[in-house]
Structures are given as C-alpha cells and as structure tokens.
Design a binder for this molecule. Structure first.
Ligand SMILES: Nc1ncnc2c1ncn2[C@@H]1O[C@H](COP(=O)(O)OP(=O)(O)OP(=O)(O)O)[C@@H](O)[C@H]1O
Ligand SMILES: [Mg+2]
Length: 263
C-alpha cells in the first residue's frame, strides 16, 4: 500500500482560481520525489494540502492510512507532528541556539508539560544531536541560529525536520535562497539524509538539473495537473516543453534541458 495516496485532489481558492485541477498520485516510503513546474503551477498548494494547511475543495489525501483531507484542526495538529517541513526561508527561531531549534522537532513526541519547561530527556537530546551530525552541524549545536550562514541554517532546518522522525518530509524550494554552489550541496545533503533515514520526501524545486541529479522520481505539474510522473531519465525535451512551455510564450529563466534529454 502507498504511504501517500492522493486522489482527484482539487483546490479552488476563494477568489475562484483553480490552483489544482485533479491531482492523483501515490508514493511509497523512502522515495525521493521532485515536484517541478512553472511558477504558479500549483506546487506549493500541493505541499500545503498534504500538511493540511490548505483545505482541499475536492478529493482525498491519505497519509499512512489517515485521511488528512478529512481532519479537523485538532487532528491536523497531531498529524503534523509526523510531517516534516523544510521552508525556503528556514523558519528557525533566530535568537535561540541551534540545539534548541532542532529539539523543537521533538515537541510532538515530548510530554507537553516537559516541553513547557523546555525539558527534553536524554533520548530526545540524543535524537537531536544525531540529526545534527547527519547534516554535519553538530559542532554548531550551541551557536545561536542567527550566527549561521544560509546554507548552515538550512542544514539545521533539515536536522529539525529529521528529528521529528516524520512519516513524510516536505520541502518547498529549500535552496531558493542559496547561491548555486551551496544549493547543490544543501540539496545533496537533504536527499542523502532522507535516503539514510528512509523517509518519503517531496521537494518542490525550480532547478531541473538538481531534481534529475538527486531525486528518484520527478512529478511535473503544469496548470494544476500532473503532466509527467516518472523516472528522471524520462524527462526529455518534449516532456519539458509540456511542463514549461505549454503556451509557447516567454522562456523560462533557467536551462531546463538536462544533458541526457533529447532536443
Ligand atoms: N491564497 C490564494 N488565493 C488565490 N490564489 C492563490 C492563492 N495562493 C496561490 N494562488 C494562486 O494559485 C496558483 C498556484 O500557486 P502556488 O503557490 O501553488 O504555485 P507554485 O507552483 O508554488 O509557484 P512558485 O513556483 O512561484 O512558488 C498561482 O496562480 C497562485 O497565484
Ligand atoms: Mg511555490
């Protein structure tokens, strides 16, 4: 059975804009999936639906047997403790130490009373440190988050998400705030760590070349519909045209064609 099962998902925003038309997809534990598509294709809307921040207008999202799309706010809060999220802008608490930031990933597993007093037992602290070591950031555990570079901040935010021991990890343009060299390193770290712990990971990304390099599977979305769903080497020139140049107007701001793609 699929860990994530999305069927006929539609999202219409209150202003009448249809962001997702009828998205259906399944994913298994351990898959590393890139979601690509033009700006406005619906990538962030899709991730927000999976963690319940955006209600579905129609359709179902089932994660590990639980229907996210049917949950009330209380059930969603509980479900989100098993959904890791990596944001473009890191979303760390800047004035707090790195370790404390990573420990917030343990909140869903900790006794609420203990959390209120900032207490995390040895097991939680060990998991947090192990997560930091996976992204090679253990040496920064006691530094304040605001003293870190952008790449370091994103590594800490990956550690925080992994410390959650989530069923699924969602990353919305996790390297969009980093320079190209650092983007490659941090995305490589994200994919490596996700593989090490075997967590299903969905990554919204604009750099097609990174998606091809680091992910097992690519989902191309155009105008709220799945245009491609398959292996990276199926991402040929004509497929990229269907994802990015369906209206034949304007040109994307990146070189979309991976080395192996046919023109
Ligand atoms: N709250 C909202 N109300 C109305 N329309 C919205 C809202 N949020 C997003 N949209 C529209 O829905 C469409 C999909 O938006 P979404 O943010 O999911 O796209 P995206 O693929 O993530 O784009 P980008 O690559 O720029 O991040 C866009 O046309 C966007 O303008
Ligand atoms: Mg987006």
């Amino acid at each position: 059975m699929a860990l994530l099962d999305i069927s006929d998902l539609q999202v219409v925003y209150p202003n009448g804009h249809v962001a997702l038309k009828h998205i259906s997809l399944q994913a298994k534990a351990g898959e590393i999936v890139a979601i690509i598509g033009r700006s406005g294709a619906g990538k962030s809307t899709l991730l927000r639906c999976i963690n319940g921040m955006q209600p579905a207008t129609r359709g179902r999202i089932v994660l590990d047997g639980d229907e996210i799309s049917a949950m009330n706010e209380r059930a969603l809060r509980q479900a989100r403790s098993s959904i890791g999220f990596v944001w473009q802008e890191f979303n760390l608490v800047e004035r707090l130490p790195v370790m404390t930031n990573v420990l917030t990933g343990r909140l869903g597993h900790n006794n609420p009373f203990a959390s209120f007093f900032g207490y995390f037992n040895a097991e939680h602290r060990e998991i947090a440190l192990k997560s930091l070591s996976r992204v090679n950031m253990m040496h920064r555990a006691s530094n304040r988050a605001d003293k870190l570079s952008g790449g370091e901040k994103q590594r800490v935010s990956i550690a925080r998400a992994i410390a959650q021991e989530p069923k699924i990890l969602l990353a919305d343009e996790p390297v969009a705030s980093l320079d190209p060299e650092l983007s490659m390193q941090v995305l490589g770290d994200l994919a490596r760590v996700a593989r090490e712990v075997g967590v299903l990971t969905l990554i919204n990304i604009h750099q097609v070349e990174f998606a091809v390099q680091f992910c097992d599977r690519i989902i191309g979305i155009a105008q709220g519909e799945v245009e491609y769903d398959g292996a990276p080497d199926g991402l040929t020139g004509p497929v990229l045209d269907r994802i990015y140049r369906f209206d034949k107007q304007g040109s994307p701001d990146i070189n979309l064609t991976p080395a192996h793609a046919v023109a």
